[in-house]
Design a binder for this molecule. Sequence first.
Ligand code: NAD
Ligand code: DAU
Length: 350
Amino acid sequence: MKILVTGGAGFIGSNFISHVLGLSQDYAVVNFDKLTYAGNLANLDSIANHPRYTFIKGDICNPAAVEPAMAGCQAVVHFAAESHVDRSIYEPAPAMETNVTGTFVLLQVARKLHIKKLVHISSDEVYGDLPPGAFADENSPLRPSSPYSASKASSDLIVGSYVRTFDFPAVITRASNNYGPFQFPEKFLPLLISNALDDKPLPIYGDGKQERNWLHVTDHCRGILAVLERGRIGEVYNIGGQDVVENLSMARRLLRATGKTESLISYVQDRPGHDRRYALTCEKMERELGWKPAISLEEGLRQTIEWYRANTKWMAAVRGGEYLAYYQKHYANRDRSRHAIKESGGGFPS
Ligand code: NAD
Ligand code: DAU
């Protein structure tokens, strides 16, 4: 089967491509990616010359670019997105364009080319924040809070409309917070790991009591492949991790694991509209597809810290100009704690 993977140069997409090509002779992959700030071909260095891999640079909002890339493919796995909540708060337009219009364009082309299956990669953020102790299942209401999550929920509804109206063969997956190798270090876990390794402050939004449901990216990739191969058309599948952890407790855990002290914790101004809790039940994945997460948080964090420790060249390259500019804008004058980020030279690489 030849698969078009959109957003394959990003964090999860690149892990998925390596996973699929490494696992099975059955797949060829076309990676279609715009290479935004989040796209990085270095994530795919190990398979760049693989005989069943092709890269095409392009924008999913442009049907004239999407159509030739999709021609000859039987399936589409759609990762491409503006994926960062904070960026969508500063500037919502890119999230609306890529996540909503881009998904619509992809569906139109996929219908025209009679694609056999499209897996739309969505997020647990579409359920909005949950009360303490609650878990979302696939029938929970959509209550997105941020421009990012609203754009993902919109794309889910558009995909659902194509299934219902056009009998289009799509499946939706909704995953919880991923972590693992090749994650861009403006997201919480790689940011905290890299700052801890560099003895820089760890910025905690608000009171740090927000809860996230951590999923190792390899477990996510296994889940997506199971959905691609066996997921039922028109269905939604939650893919979540075993552990729901408060941000502050995660920061303390990472500090212990890197041998650093809690004095690095720096409370900063909260994210507007910040969701308190995400948590998924994934019984449907287990019951129908025999999937459940296999990598414990302890082992996953250990491996991930080791990966960031070992891949200093990758890290130095991604923490370049655009990253620095974003972080200056995002964290400057945001501190609320004794261990202020600005007092320690900005907290970010200079
Ligand atoms: P990412 O930001 O690391 O990568 C996104 C990729 O999409 C980049 O390579 C970027 O260049 C590409 N892209 C962006 N706009 C594009 C466009 N218009 N055309 C073509 N390519 C474009 O994202 P990620 O963390 O790997 O997330 C991948 C998908 O998984 C997203 O759809 C996201 O909503 C979803 N998701 C992510 C998580 C998470 O924890 N990271 C959890 C659940 C769901
Ligand atoms: O839940 C799935 C979602 O997880 C995906 O759909 C998104 O694409 C992905 O980016 C992620 O969204 P979050 O907003 O949960 O991830 P982020 O890494 O930005 O933040 C995780 C938590 O950590 C959140 O509660 C905000 C907090 N945080 C984040 C940063 C960057 C901090 O406390 N300090 C920080 O500096």
